[in-house]
Ligand binder design. Structure first.
Ligand code: PEP
Length: 255
């Protein structure tokens, strides 16, 4: 049986400036004081780029066991790409993770499957773990069922990935993000199982049993336990509820 450490990840989106980050990280650390050091669950925060240095400084200074991640990166290493941020820079700020292909990037920044695949390669090149987001819209769900679009998005993202790569996959049905309408645990399980089959097919069985697959979309303290009971759901990518310290802490303590 695969031993996959659960991952509870907070995607702050474009919220909390660097001063608010100080208060937030300290309060979250304090709130999770009893639970966090047992290490049974990995906790990761994904602040805006401008907060990463602040978060890193606090995490280092106080030995806070939260992993740090960015919400996006450039497919390029450096050069004339105004406004972009390189994976090399993120790695130097001690980021472990980077979210790639979030539905808001796919929708508002027209990120195609090819762009996502390029960013996955950039992350791996710089030693970052890509958190590859896939998910169907309400329209996709109606037309193709739940798993067809996420499966094809994941196949495209994994095209040039090596079997030993360290990756995380996040299944985020677009209709569930920020809507208050979460998928049911069974719906999440069905798609996460289909995504694990894609990993097995493209990267092999060892990668499939090692890789964590998260569910995201209106996760809160009241529904997390149901998702975590599913065999192919290894954690959650949390948006709105990750901005409320007590809520995020309760999600991280789902057991
Ligand atoms: C997200 O955007 O990754 C997300 C899951 O958002 P929310 O939890 O607010 O639905």
């Amino acid at each position: 049986v695969a031993q996959r450490k659960p991952l509870i990840a907070g995607n702050w989106k474009m919220n909390l400036d660097h001063l608010q980050t100080v208060a937030f990280v300290q309060k979250l650390d304090w709130t999770l004081r009893d639970a966090k050091h047992d290490g049974a669950v990995e906790i990761a925060i994904f602040p805006p780029f401008t907060d990463l240095r602040t978060a890193q400084t606090l995490i280092d200074a106080d030995k806070i066991p939260f992993a740090l991640g960015a919400q996006d990166l450039s497919a390029h290493d450096s050069g004339a790409y105004t406004g972009e941020v390189s994976g090399a820079f993120l790695a130097k700020l001690a980021c472990r993770y980077v979210i790639i292909g979030h539905s808001e990037r796919r929708e508002y920044h027209a990120e195609s499957d090819e762009v996502v695949a390029g960013k996955v390669q950039a992350a791996l090149k710089h030693g970052l773990v890509p958190v590859i987001c896939v998910g169907e819209t309400a329209e996709d769900l109606e037309k193709f069922g739940a798993s067809a679009v996420p499966v094809s998005q994941l196949r495209a993202a994994l095209a040039d990935v090596k079997p030993d790569a360290d990756i995380v996959v996040a299944y985020e049905p677009v209709w569930a993000i920020g809507s208050g309408q979460a998928a049911t645990p069974q719906q999440a399980q069905d798609v996460c199982a289909a995504l694990r089959a894609v990993i097995a097919e493209t990267l092999g069985d060892a990668a499939a049993s090692r890789t964590r697959i998260l569910y995201g979309g209106s996760v809160k303290s009241g529904n997390i336990a149901g998702f975590m009971r599913e065999p192919d759901v290894d954690g959650a990518l949390v948006g709105g509820a990750s901005l409320v310290v007590d809520e995020f802490a309760a999600i991280a303590r789902y057991q």
